[in-house]
Design a protein around this ligand. Sequence first.
Ligand SMILES: C[S@@+](CC[C@H](N)C(=O)[O-])C[C@H]1O[C@@H](n2cnc3c(N)ncnc32)[C@H](O)[C@@H]1O
Length: 213
Amino acid sequence: MESIPGPGAWLYSTIIARSPWMKDFYRAVVDEVCARLSSGRILDIGTGPGLVPLEITRNCSSIEAYAIDISHAMVEIANRNARQAGLSDRAHFRYGSAEKIPFENDYFDLVITTLSFHHWARPEDYLKEVSRVLKKDGELWIYEIKHEPTGENKKDFKRKYGPFLSFVVLNFVRAHSSISFGKIHEVQSYKNPGFTEIGTEDKGMFVKLRLKK
Ligand SMILES: C[S@@+](CC[C@H](N)C(=O)[O-])C[C@H]1O[C@@H](n2cnc3c(N)ncnc32)[C@H](O)[C@@H]1O
């Protein structure tokens, strides 16, 4: 299932806004984006409630953030969050899919996607579409939960967030919303993904795929 429907969107947004684990994760993504881009345009694909682009807009005054999602309910929630934060003028949310991104060629300096890539029905085709909207030398950063975290990753997680959250994340969240080493290798072996380099960065319980146009 690609899109998250109405009640699921509301539940997801409510849970992640209160989760210390997700707040730390979003903070780390925002810090990386702001360190990379002093100004320019960023696109977040599968933005959900839009917390990452909103934080980017809040923290990096010269970045214009755009975000799409194939769930109408999520786009509605993200737009409401932007209005409530007073950031609607620099954070733009609209309906759209990675399959056909509603922007012109060479438009973005950076594209990110957090915890959405594992939903994509045809990743190889969608990656080519992401490449189309990126400027030359632009990058796509894909963040996912690791399907096979190490023993050390699990211990660190439990130490930081306690046994309850650790149990939920390792047994339920990871089972449905994560990326395996096998899938990463598959992405790295795509014949013509529209990117010249595909590397990975270890982020503890997360992994980041970094694709350069
Ligand atoms: C688990 S949520 C992640 C939301 C947010 N990025 C976050 O980190 O909290 C995955 C989101 O990806 C969206 N999505 C799935 N496939 C998509 C696609 N092909 N194009 C755009 N959005 C997509 C879903 O509708 C959902 O809102």
